[in-house]
Design a protein around this ligand. Sequence first.
Ligand code: SF4
Length: 407
Amino acid sequence: MEWQERAPLMGLWRARDCLWLQVLDHAVYWARVVSRRHRHGVPPVCGRLIALKKRRKPRAGISGKLRTLALNPARTSESHMLTTTDHRRDRAGLTYVYPVLSRRSGGLSIGVNLNPNNACNWRCVYCQVPGLRRGSAPQTDLERLGQELRGFIDDVLHGDFYSRFQVPEEQRIIRDIAISGNGEPTSAPAFDRVVELIGAISEEFGLVGIGEKRRDTVQDLDVLPPPCPPPARGRVQNSMASTGSSQYSCPPGAGEIKLVLITNGSLVRRESVRHGLERWGEWGGEIWFKLDSATESGIRRINGYHLAPETLLRNLEAAATLCPTWLQTCLFAFDGKPPSDAEKQAYLEFLTEALNRKIPLKGILLYGLARPSLQMEAPRLSALPAEWLEAFAETVRETGLETRLSL
Ligand code: SF4
């Protein structure tokens, strides 16, 4: 800007050697600038700095986030009510840990999602992951996962989590910690270290007993107490409140919760996965291994993956010998038709073959379509009638395997 423009006192400006006039002229100029900005709603520079400062909130850490949820009554609204149909992974505003009210178990399941990127190596038609894409889990931030899990369990056991999320009185009990997220969890590069961390934190809070296998391996170290007596039935949080969470105490309720890994089992041949599964078993955990079809075409159609049934059987064998394993099967109608007789026959033959090979299965978990698919096939899927599911469950029971059905 030229000095002539800036000088409203043109005539006087020329008397440049008059210092007072120059000061006066600058004052007039800035008064005009400020009033123009004010008229157009532009905050003055110093105002903008203050506004920026106000906007810049301190970064909320894990405990900060949990505290924010706890302290903000507006968050304790209907949107924070936990229901059995709401399995959103971001319910607690955390990256890895999320709460689920389980209809099946009638209590709280603490979910661990290792796939915040919604990536899976399979693409099941019934999958409820929004924006599912092919891929693997990213590198897990173990420190963050540890902070989230510790903070969350502490909030449930000692904070006001249940009232904030309006959990019904009869469901205020931790039932399990489940590694189950928006993709295949065993694709996490540090899967075995995740397992170790979850096991250690669960034990730290007295939520799991010390697995027999693990006890055998570390007994010689002389650091473990004698085995806990069989756990008293009761609410974990109540017993913890009265006993504290000493690592080596035997609070009533210890060992009552399950550690569950929900997996499609396709990566079981990886060394870190095998090691993780073995440690999961040693921590007292179990695997829910996906088996939706026992034919190659069925696996391709339902799970969007090329896999021969024989490979699936070998993967199952590898998993079940490392850690107690349940088979988990989702049953639904595709284009209005239930699974064909050929499909049902192949499924039963698969189970028989697993028994012939002495694969140590804990049993079969059958379940129907409880929540809508978020994949493009969703309109083609529908729930099967309860009678159909019950009849099929009865047929499966004839193999001698324990079979549980969730409608
Ligand atoms: S394996 Fe699980 S996460 Fe992956 S596509 Fe199937 S249902 Fe979804």
